[in-house]
Design a protein around this ligand. Structure first.
Ligand SMILES: [Zn+2]
Length: 88
């Protein structure tokens, strides 16, 4: 027997944050994804956790773009190219 299935719910939930942070080995990630594919419960937990992390992170550090830069970026993207008739 190959021991390719030693990720169970407990193992998965125990290393969930490392998994989300991408700190696990590719091998372990594969095992976890394999388990997720067959386990609704863990998928729900994963999604919920991810969403929570997003909520927690986005106001504090996920937006490093200063207002000033964002405004300029916006201007660049300001659809001028799309609004302007090309044949002018
Ligand atoms: Zn599970």
């Amino acid at each position: 027997m190959m021991d390719h299935n030693h990720v169970n719910c407990e193992t998965l939930l125990g290393s969930l944050s490392e998994y989300i942070d991408g700190e696990l080995s590719p091998e372990l990630c594969r095992e976890i994804e394999k388990h997720l594919a067959g386990c609704d419960n863990c998928r729900v937990v994963l999604n919920t956790t991810k969403r929570t992390i997003d909520l927690v992170q986005s106001p504090t550090e996920a937006i490093p773009v200063p207002d000033d830069v964002r405004e300029r970026l916006f201007k660049r993207l300001n659809l001028d190219d799309y609004l302007k008739p090309k044949s002018q």
